[in-house]
Design a protein around this ligand. Structure first.
Ligand SMILES: Cc1ncc(COP(=O)(O)O)c(C=O)c1O
Length: 518
């Protein structure tokens, strides 16, 4: 649970007001200990500054220490600045402006601000008695907070920690979101182009076309390549359903080629045998964030004059022989689903290519096949990424290089810990990097291990329990039993908590807990 700090509590701490100082300080330390965030309301800045100065001045007059008013004021600001350093600023919204009919406008503002959060997500830490009485469900005193939150052994590790990331980029996120609210160009606003330029530069691709999701990126790419009913597209059965779904949606047939047992990526050595007269594209997936054998796949494709679409939904930021994922073949498609290595706060995706014609086709298809306003020269769809989501990705990009570095470090650390513990895991090839969208281990005791980890507050997931050619809706479209490695691996994979902000002690706890059950 987070705490919004009322002015009286902040003053208790900054001015070390007795007898309130210790309880206020202990309560906020406990909140941080339990993973909660401490918020300061932007609308309280003047009250804080005014009252702290008044308090210091009064004390100064009593004690008679030789400071000028100017020095005292500087001291007051320095105290507030130091206190606010590791707190989060809660923006004052327009709806919290006209509170003058309330008995205490400032309290009314805080209560309104609390309503933005879900039930039990936040409380106002205050020792204002009338406020505590009027809103017992939304407020708590420092003493009561301490009583309810004595440190225990409860631990909680996020499967993917998006909260810490948001804490670190919140001012930039708010700035970007507000800019969109003010200019009002919600569809194809300036942030769309800005993001496309930045992403193209990042990957080294000539063109980047943002779209409504990773699924839409794959669909639009296949449409741009002219995939039609009766065509075949070679892909992996060990991936998220969207990879095959888009092929089937266009009336084409997914042809599943088995995977490598150690990387779980498509086995390039088995692709050529699957090519027929009807094959129109090859679609490898950079699973768990690691590119497949793209050189080998591109060579086969070249020999048979086929385009290659990299499903890079999980691998934005990864590299292959020094080149960036998304720019490794004819087309690269990524997803900005919130939990992806570069995520937005909704749905989003992007297509990358160096081919001018394909780029033009994708741009037109994402706006209903329109070459100019109300001139529909091809069949398209409504597949744009909205401006707000682009603004969010722009904010996240500022921290992205650091996050990729962290992902590599966390991945290396897992590798080392698990190898030492003798726990089998997905392997990475030395000529490429993985951004570890998932960190995945192999275990024949998956159910037992998952239950044990869950009990100790460690969440896990399975990517993926059933190969696509065994899925009820797909079984009849393709061969089943023809990808034995995928079938075997699907029974063994289990993904562990992963992310750039996963700390060493959590990683140690995760591996130790695994080891205890294996
Ligand atoms: C490999 C793969 N392809 C495609 C997608 C689809 O992306 P989106 O959820 O953005 O539509 C995902 C998302 O989970 C994915 O993991």
């Amino acid at each position: 649970m987070d705490l919004l700090l009322d002015v009286n509590v902040v003053l208790d701490i900054c001015a070390k007001r007795q007898p309130f100082y210790k309880a206020a300080r202990d309560a906020i330390q406990l909140c941080t200990f339990h993973g909660g965030k401490l918020w300061l309301y932007v609308g309280s800045v003047q009250t804080l500054e005014y009252n702290l100065y008044k308090e210091l001045k009064q004390r100064h007059e009593i004690q008679g220490v030789g400071l000028t008013n100017r020095d005292l004021y500087a001291k007051c600001l320095a105290l507030l600045e130091a206190f606010a350093k590791d707190k989060h600023w809660l923006a004052a919204l327009a709806m919290e402006g006209n509170v003058f009919s309330a008995g205490d406008p400032e309290d009314a503002q805080l209560v309104l601000a609390l309503k933005r959060f879900g039930e039990s997500k936040i409380k106002l830490l205050t020792r204002d008695e009338p406020l505590l009485k009027a809103h017992p469900d939304k407020t708590i005193s420092p003493q009561e907070y301490i009583r309810q939150n004595i440190p225990g052994s409860d631990r909680f590790i996020d499967f993917i920690d998006l909260k810490t990331q948001q804490n670190n980029i919140r001012p930039q996120l708010e700035k970007n979101i507000h800019r969109v609210l003010h200019h009002g160009q919600y569809i194809m606003g300036p942030e769309v182009n800005q993001l496309e330029e930045k992403l193209a530069t990042y990957t080294g691709s000539k063109h980047c076309i943002t779209v409504a999701s990773g699924t839409e990126a794959l669909l639009i790419s296949l449409m741009a390549l002219g995939i039609k009913p009766g065509d075949e597209v070679i892909t992996t059965p060990f991936t998220f359903i969207a990879t095959a779904e888009v092929i089937v949606l266009l009336g084409a047939k997914p042809v599943f080629v088995d995977i490598e047992p150690d990387t779980c990526n498509i086995d390039a050595s088995k692709i050529e045998a699957a090519i027929t007269q009807k094959t129109k594209a090859i679609m490898p997936v950079s699973l768990y964030g690691q590119p497949a054998d793209m050189d080998e796949i591109n060579d086969i494709a070249k020999k048979h004059n086929l385009p290659v679409i990299e499903d890079a939904a999980q691998s934005f930021g990864a590299t292959y022989k020094g080149r960036k994922s998304c720019n490794l073949s004819t087309i690269g498609c990524t997803s900005f689903f919130p939990s992806k290595p570069l995520g937005c706060y909704g749905d989003g995706g992007a297509i990358f290519t160096n081919d001018e014609n394909i780029a033009q086709a994708c741009r037109e298809i994402r706006v209903h096949g329109q070459s100019k306003r109300y001139m529909h020269t091809r069949i398209g769809l409504g597949g744009r990424m909205d401006t707000l989501q682009c603004a969010i990705v722009l904010a996240k990009l500022e921290r992205f290089d650091w996050e990729v570095e962290q992902r590599l470090a966390v991945g290396r650390r897992y590798n080392q810990l698990l190898d030492e513990a003798g726990i089998s895991r997905v392997q990475q090839r030395p000529d490429r990097t993985s951004v570890f969208a998932q960190y995945t281990v192999f275990t024949p005791k998956r159910e037992v291990l998952q239950a044990h980890l869950n009990q100790t507050g460690i969440p896990t997931a399975v990517h993926y329990p059933v190969p696509l050619n065994e899925q009820p809706a797909y079984k009849h479209l393709c061969c089943s039993d023809c990808t034995p490695v995928a079938q075997d691996i699907a029974g063994q994979v289990m993904s562990l908590p992963m992310g750039p902000d996963l700390n060493e002690s959590s990683q140690n706890a995760i591996v130790e807990t695994c080891l205890a059950e294996l």
